[in-house]
Write a protein that binds this ligand. Sequence first.
Ligand code: CTP
Length: 429
Amino acid sequence: MGQGPAPRTNASVVAVKRIVLGVSAGIAAYKAASLLRLFKEAGHHVDVIPTPASLDFIGVATWEALSANPVNTSVFEAVDTVNHVRLGQEADLVIVAPATADLLARAAAGMANDLLTGTLLATGAPVVMAPAMHTEMWEHPATIANVALLRSRGVQVIEPAVGRLTGKDSGAGRLPEPEEIFAAVAGHLDAAAPPKGGSLAGKVVAISAGGTREPLDPVRFLGNRSSGRQGIALAKAALAAGASVRFIAAHMDLPAPTGVELSTASTAEQLQVAVTRAARGADVLIMSAAVADFRPAEYLGAKIKKSDDHADPVITLVRNPDILATLMSDRASEGPAGSLPRLVVGFAAETGDAQSTVLEYGAAKLARKGCEMLVVNEVGENLTFGTDENAITMLFADGTEAVHAAGSKDHVAALVIEAVAGALGSVAR
Ligand code: CTP
C-alpha cells in the first residue's frame, strides 16, 4: 500500500521523511487534519493510522484525501502487507495527535489491540505523543504514571496547552495548535540534524521562558515585560550544543524555536506544573521565565465595570508559589534517588538601589534560592526586556569565580550554555 517517498528534488533542502500520524478518539482529532497538511506541505510522506473509535470524529475518506495514501485502522485489513509491523518499521517518526488518556494507557501497557498500538510496539523510530483530554483526566494519577513511564522509555510526550476544552471546561489538556506540534517535532524532521557530538550531547535541558500573566477578569491581567528572547536564545544554544530541549513557554513576543519539546503555560501556577513535569528526568533546568510573584486574590468571571459611585477599585494580591525555591526544596527532600535535575540555573532580573548593587542582590538571591547557578542582569525601562542585547554576570554556588558576559542575547546564551556544560561535569548525579 501507499506511495514511495516523494522524489528528492534538492537533497540539501528537502529530506523527505516517512511519518506515521496516529489519531485517537478525541474531539481535537480535527486539528490533526491541519497537522497532516503541514507535514505534507513540508514534503513528507504520511501514513495516517486512526484508532477505530476516532473514526466517529473524522472518517477514513478525509485522511485518505489529505495524506494521498490508503488508510487502515485494524490489523485485519491489508493483511498481505503486514501493516502493523511494516508501517512502524519503515517510519522515521511516529506522532500521535491527539493522544487520549486511553491511548496513553494502552501504549504504556504495551497493548497492541489495534493497528496504531501495534505500530507503536513495532517501531524503532522516535515516538511523539500530543495528549488532549479534560484536565481531571490529565491530572489523574494513572495518566501521570503512564506519561512518566512513556517518557522513561524515550517517548516525547508534549505538554498539553492550557485553555478552552470541550463543553464549558477550561484548563490544562487542550491539544496544542498544529503549528506548535509541528515545531515540537521539527527536530526529528530537519534535514540538518543538530550536532550530536556537542558539549551537551545526550543531555536533556529544560528551559522556561517568557512572562506569566495573572488574570483579573476575562479581559485584563497582571503581566511583565519579558519577551522570551533570552530563553529562545538559550534553547537554540542548547540545541546547537547537542542537547534535547524541553521548552516551557509562558507568554512570549516570538514563536518558540523549532526542534524543542514544547509546553505552554499562562499563569505562575500553571508554569509550576509544567516546569516540574519537564524538569523530572532532565539533567539541567534553566529558569529564565519571568514569574509573577503575586496574583489577584480573586478572579472575576465577568469584566470589572466602572461602578456608578465612582469608587476606585481595590485589587488585593496574594503570593504565587516560588517555582524555583519549591523545586530546590523538593529535590533536597527527594535525596539522591530523586529525578529532579542536579544542575538548576536561576535568572535574576535586578535593579540596584541605595542599599545594594545589582550583584549584591544577585548573590543574596543565589543563596536564598539554593540553586547551583544564577544569571544576573540589570533590568529597567530600556535595558534587557524586549531588546536583542544583554549584559549578565553568572554566579556559582560552589564558589567558582563570577563570569561577566555582554553582547547579543545569542552570544550571551552561548556563553551561559558553555558554563552549564562545564558545571554539569562537576555536579554529581
Ligand atoms: N522565580 C520562580 N518563581 C517565582 C518567582 C521567580 O521560580 N514566583 C524564578 C525566576 O524564574 C528566576 C528566579 O526565580 O529564575 C529569580 O526571579 P526574580 O523575579 O529575579 O526573583 P524573585 O524570587 O521574584 O525575587 P524578588 O522579586 O523579590 O527580587
